[in-house]
Design a protein around this ligand. Structure first.
Ligand SMILES: [Zn+2]
Length: 176
């Protein structure tokens, strides 16, 4: 089911998400809702807290695969980021912050592992966009948002906008 995207100011985005047993039917439901909601939006990655579920799950549509027919959204349950290499500094956006794009420094390569819906652990090496998405989405599971990772000067410049956004967000519904 398509769920409403939780916006900055919604407390669920600041919670540390709970691990979940992949075989738990709840996990399958969260994954389905993530897939449905991602499909209805224009971003390519989404974490469970962004649709109101405080569980350690995110999905990434591998848009770096050129042939769209060969893209299947990847599901990561209970991910653990293990190794970071290099640096990249690029504009980033987030569905929970409509129309805000800021440069964020991330590792160029990230090695991580995660479970699939059958509970099987798989290892991944994410590079560039994949690395960036894995770090951004994994942060969501720890209640960390991309505006926490921008320079303090940029954050000061955004302060008024973010304050306004938080004050108009009530229980995930943008009423402003
Ligand atoms: Zn995000």
């Amino acid at each position: 089911m398509i769920q409403k995207i939780r916006l900055f100011g919604d407390e669920v985005l600041r919670k540390t998400a709970e691990p979940i047993t992949p075989e738990d039917p709840k996990a399958a439901q969260v994954v389905q809702d993530l897939l449905d909601t991602l499909g209805a939006n224009e971003e390519f990655a989404l974490a469970a807290p962004q649709i109101g579920y405080s569980y350690r799950i995110f999905i990434i549509n591998p848009i770096w695969i050129e042939d769209e027919d060969k893209r299947t959204p990847m599901v990561f349950i209970n991910p653990e980021l293990l190794e970071y290499e290099g640096e990249q500094f690029m504009l980033e956006g987030c569905l929970s912050f409509p129309e805000i794009y800021e440069k964020v420094k991330r590792a160029q390569i990230v090695k991580f592992r995660a479970q699939d819906l059958h509970g099987k652990w798989k290892n991944y090496t994410g590079r560039e966009l994949f690395a960036r998405a894995a770090q951004h989405e994994n942060d969501h599971l720890d209640g960390i948002l991309f505006v926490d990772r921008i320079s303090s000067i940029r954050r000061k410049l955004l302060h008024g906008k973010l304050k306004k956004m938080a004050s108009t967000t009530k229980n995930g519904v943008n009423v402003g």
